[in-house]
Structure formats: C-alpha cells, structure tokens
Design a protein around this ligand. Structure first.
Ligand code: LLP
Length: 404
C-alpha cells in the first residue's frame, strides 16, 4: 500500500495530483549513484521520463548527467544544475534551432541517428566556428522482449544507424574537421524485465560492433548502452527500487571494456516510476448492466499509459487503508476517468476495497511517463506535483459550499 506519513494532510490536497515519495526517490538515487561509483558506469538520467524540477535538482545534485531529446530539455537540464558536458542530446529529428541551442549550452555530445544529421550538425558547427562532439546511435537489431511501442532497436524501428551505413558513418566522423568523434550509443527499448538475458545479448552485439568500428580505424572512447531497465508495475511495494544491481553487474560482466573507455547508461523509468502515484478521488460509483464503474476525477489526459499501451498500473483505495484499517470488503470495478473516450480506463475488473464517493484512489508507479505525457484534452487542467514532505504546502481542496 502507498506509504503516506501524514494522511490527514494528504486528504486535504485538491485532486487529482501526482504524489512523489521523496524518501523513496532519494533512496533510489543513492543506490544508482553508489553503483555508478562502484562500477565506473556513468549515469545520464533520461529527462523525458519526468521533468519535475525538484526531482531533477535531486538527481543532478547526486552527480548524474542528463539525456535530453529537445532544445528545451537541454535548457531545463542546465537550470536544474546538470553539468553541460554531462548532457547528451539524442533524438531522430533535431531541428537546426535545437542544434544551435545545444552548441550554446556546450553539451557533452550529440547522439546522431543518420548520415544526413551528421552532415547538418557538421555544417552548423562550421558556421558557428565550433567542433561538434558526436556519438553515433547504432541500431543493433535486438529484440528487447517488451511492448512494440517501446521497442527501438530493431531494423523496422526508425532509430539509429544500421549496418549498411556503418562504413560511411565511420568515414564521415573520422575525416570531418568539424567533428570530434565521441563514441557509440545503443538503446534497444524500454521496460526490459529479462535483464540478464537481454543485456547480455546487447553487450555481445555491442562488443562485435565496437570491434567493427575499431577495425575501421576509429577509437571508441565512449560506449553508451541507453536506458530500458524495467520496474515492477504489478507490485511496486515488493520492488520499490528497480534492480539496478543486476543491470550494472550484467554490463560489467559481458561488455568488453578497455581501460581508456567510459561506459554510460541512460535510465529514465527505473529512476522515477516507483516514487510517483497519481492520486484521484472517486466521483461516482456507477452500476452498469454487467459491470461496476468507479468514476474518478483523473483521466487519460493525466496518465495516458493505460490508454496508449494497455499498460498495467496497480490501483488501490487509500482511504480504505488509512481510514478503515483495510476493514472493508472488496468489490470488482472498472476504474474509469471522465474524458469522453472509452479508452479513458485505468484498469478493468480490478478488485478493490468497497469504494464510496470521496475516497482517494492511488494509481501506482506513475512517476515515469506520467506527468510528462499529460495533456489538457477536454480542457482539463494539468494535475500538479505534490511531494511527500511538503503535503501541507500543497493546494487545498476547494470549499465549494458556504459553511463547509
Ligand atoms: N535513451 C533513449 C535513447 C531513449 O529513447 C529512452 C526512452 C531512454 C534512454 C530511457 O529509457 P527508459 O530507461 O525510460 O526505459 N512512454 C513510454 C516509454 C518511452 C521510452 C522512450 N525512450 C512508456 O510510457 O512506457
């Protein structure tokens, strides 16, 4: 069950909101920073997973770098205190404006995805009188055994440079006077749970590809294995911190590293998913012909993962836990939002404590790709962030009726 230190204060916060457990978050960051130190693997947090200012301040203070995918993410990363040289700029469609922004900030490396992009970045570097530090994103053609929407390292995906262009890419980065070759980058997909098998396969493939580039005369100073470590959506309390140790040790074991090479990773989800929950209030309990609906005040505009990927998030009635000591009987509900779409469903046939209007519901593991993917569809306002240690400062529920 979601851990809340001060439930009376929690109950007074206006819903829906994203609740971040700061203790759990700090514990996660500490684990990652320690493993990074132990193994020498440099960690660049993937800002796209959650761009909350406070969480990013904590991440940058622990010495992690950032993986960014837009000009605005780069500028945000700098204001959060990430060191410019520890910022990578990835993405299949960088605009000229964003490339210039990245030069202005002085980022560590552009992660480029095509031959055309190498040429464009080189041209802009020349015009600015700068040198571009370039990493080549490789498509290693590996199946990460995850949802096809978040598989990125297969030939049919739009990402990365594939075998047929290796020689040409190598020639471009080694001969162009406007380019400093930084290294190779690989990212095969997200929410990887078969960590040992998939990461071993990835490392073996990376070893071959690094050798191939070296045989072309390139010196590979940096190898970036991307992100992708999965989290336990079924039971976030069983595994509140992702299995970073297995990830780092599998890399350590299977990746061939020379002493002068630096290995990087870019985790997003595993850093932020488990500390976040979307908190919503039950508006109505509606009996349909053959289903019981729990209509809540958060919608797919607040958390789109179930509608977009059919993603599973654990759902709990927190009022039943904290007010009634879990004493209530259970019922089976479809948990749905107020948006005018049938896809606005957070979970079907979920067994929950018998719920009433006004109960608070937690949709767990929502810290990654939750708040950042929100929209104001149906002109619904954005759900704000509320931190576990700042509950009393959060926006209060409105008193709609005089005297309440
Ligand atoms: N590096 C690159 C190049 C990426 O494309 C991504 C994620 C990451 C790192 C971070 O991966 P992570 O550690 O978070 O798996 N919205 C989807 C996930 C999209 C992932 C996009 N790329 C979801 O909600 O599941």
């Amino acid at each position: 069950m979601l851990a809340i230190n001060d439930f009376p204060a929690f109950k007074k916060v206006a819903t829906p909101f994203y609740y971040y457990d700061v203790d759990l978050f700090e514990k996660t960051i500490k684990t990652v920073a320690e493993l990074s130190k132990e193994t020498g693997i440099k960690v660049h947090y993937s800002v796209k997973a959650n761009a909350d200012r406070r969480l990013n301040d904590i991440i940058s203070s622990a010495g992690l770098g950032a993986d960014c995918v837009s000009g605005d993410e780069i500028e945000f990363a700098v204001t959060c205190g990430y060191k410019p040289k520890d910022i990578f700029f990835a993405g299949v469609g960088k605009t000229d404006r964003e490339i210039c922004q990245a030069f202005q900030v002085g980022i560590g490396a552009f992660v480029v995805e095509s031959l055309e992009e190498i040429q464009i970045i080189s041209d802009i570097a020349r015009r600015l009188g700068r040198k571009a530090s370039i990493s080549l994103r490789i498509n290693p053609n590996i199946d990460p055994h995850t949802h096809h929407y978040i598989t990125t390292g297969l030939y049919e995906d739009k990402f990365g440079i594939s075998d047929r262009s290796f020689d040409e890419a190598a020639a471009m980065v080694s001969t162009d006077p406007n380019i400093d070759f930084f290294g190779l980058q690989f990212h095969i997909g997200s929410q990887i749970l078969e960590v040992e098998d998939v990461v071993r396969l990835e490392c073996e493939k990376v070893n071959q590809i690094v050798a191939k580039f070296e045989s072309n005369g390139l010196v590979i100073k940096n190898i970036d294995l991307g992100g992708g470590l999965g989290v336990d959506y079924d039971d976030p309390d069983r595994n509140p911190v992702a299995d970073f140790r297995t990830w780092f040790s599998t890399i350590d074991k299977w990746l061939v590293r020379r002493p002068d090479q630096t290995v990087h990773v870019e985790p997003g989800r595993s850093i932020v998913a488990q500390c976040g929950s979307l908190i919503t209030e039950v508006l109505y309990v509606k009996k349909g012909e053959n289903r019981r609906f729990l209509m809540v005040d958060a919608g797919m505009n607040d958390l789109i993962r179930p509608a977009l990927y059919g993603a599973y998030h654990k759902i709990e009635n927190v009022s039943a836990h904290y007010d009634d000591n879990d004493g209530r009987e259970t019922r089976v509900y479809d948990v749905v939002g107020p948006v005018c779409e049938s896809a606005d469903t957070f979970g079907k046939e979920r067994s929950l404590a018998k719920s009433h209007r006004g109960d608070l519901i937690a949709i767990r593991s929502a810290g990654a790709y939750g708040q950042v993917m929100a929209s104001n569809y149906n002109m619904r306002p954005f759900a704000p962030a509320v931190y576990s240690d700042r509950l009393v400062e959060a926006r209060r529920r409105k008193d709609y009726f005089a005297g309440e």
